[in-house]
Design a protein around this ligand. Structure first.
Ligand code: PMP
Length: 330
């Protein structure tokens, strides 16, 4: 079984077309051709994982001929906070970073759905494991969006044997590059075993996240998600979805730790993230969740969020920052 899946995955990745490289990058405070934004082999972040990143999305609105970036100031606030965990002073505010991103998207004429990767990294070409006496650099690139999770309407997840990093080991609250090896271990083992996604347990044995997504379970009409003290990333999509559920759909949301067997017994399970948006998990460890098909709340939420991020829901228009028209609101 696993050999079969390994072969399938290998085949898929060999035939998958590599996305084209971006034309431009925001690098060291200005927009430059992507090929000119280079780093050396000794770069501290490359050797020791001393970088933090942000992942944002731009959504093209055809009717308005406009690209909307979703909650850029919130994303960049978290980015600056992640950098602070690594003792980085970026010298750029969230508003400065949004202006840099907007300049990049304008220069690149990005008029399509895209994924945006911001990176703050120690750029010194020097040896020595430490966080002091180093200089942070910032880069941002944007590329056409690709799918992150196969079967996002019918995903089969497994509980990973890899445990989530904890706050006193390597804070999951920050998007710290080195910490993502933990997500990569969980994700690859899940995929090689034939699953679409991994769910991870934290230090105290509760199910806290997907490999790169926040977790929600529905039990008896109530939506439950782990609180931010459960070794999760404080997801922007998580926060948005909680607001949509409570205010727009009138559904109760409770933040509390989640037991493994609550996931197995849930009526619905879904994952949220910038890359994936909302993934319906319909099986976990070969057990059907609810009916084994996408449930009612997930089915209502997915189109609601899809409209919001494209600037099509007037109630949440302030979450969408236009790129090409004037105004810098994030
Ligand atoms: N958890 C982890 C570990 C992640 O990497 C991500 C992706 N950024 C998320 C949750 C979802 O966060 P967001 O909704 O802000 O993308």
């Amino acid at each position: 079984m696993s050999t079969q899946w390994a072969e399938k995955i290998q085949l898929e990745s060999s035939v998958k077309k590599q996305p084209e490289l971006p034309k431009f990058a925001y690098f060291k405070g200005s927009v430059v051709p992507y090929v000119d934004a280079r780093i050396g082999l000794l770069t501290h972040a490359l050797n020791y994982g001393t970088a933090v990143f942000g992942g944002l999305r731009g959504h093209w609105n055809e009717a308005e001929q406009e690209l909307f970036v979703f909650r850029p100031l919130d994303h960049f606030r978290r980015f600056v906070d992640s950098a602070r965990l690594l003792r980085m002073d970026l010298g750029q505010s969230p508003a400065d970073l949004w202006l840099g991103l907007r300049a990049l998207l304008r220069k690149q004429e990005t008029r399509t759905d895209c994924y945006i990767r911001a990176l703050a990294f120690y750029g010194d070409e020097t040896l020595g494991v430490r966080l002091h006496g180093l200089t942070p650099e910032v880069s941002i690139v944007a590329m056409p969006f690709g799918h992150f999770v196969a079967n996002d309407d019918n995903a089969h997840a497994s509980i990973s044997s890899w445990q989530r990093i904890s706050d006193n080991v390597l804070p999951a609250r920050g998007k710290i590059a080195g910490g993502y090896v933990n997500s990569a271990l969980a994700k690859t083992d899940a995929q090689l075993a034939g699953f679409d996604e991994a769910l991870v347990l934290n230090d105290d044995g509760h199910v806290c996240e997907g490999s790169v997504e926040n977790l929600f379970v529905v039990r008896g009409g109530v939506v439950v998600t782990p609180p931010v003290t459960q070794d999760i990333l404080e997801g922007i999509t998580r926060r948005s979805v909680m607001q949509l559920l409570r205010q727009d759909l009138g559904i109760e949301v409770v933040e509390r730790p989640i037991d493994r067997t609550e996931v197995y017994l849930a009526d619905e399970v879904f994952l949220t993230g910038t890359g994936v948006q909302i993934v319906a998990v319909t099986r976990v460890d070969h057990r059907a969740i609810g009916t084994g098909r996408m449930g009612e709340i997930t089915s209502r939420l997915r189109p609601a969020l899809a409209a919001v991020v494209r600037g099509q829901d007037p109630k949440h228009r302030d979450w969408c920052a236009p790129v090409f028209r004037e105004g810098t609101k994030g």
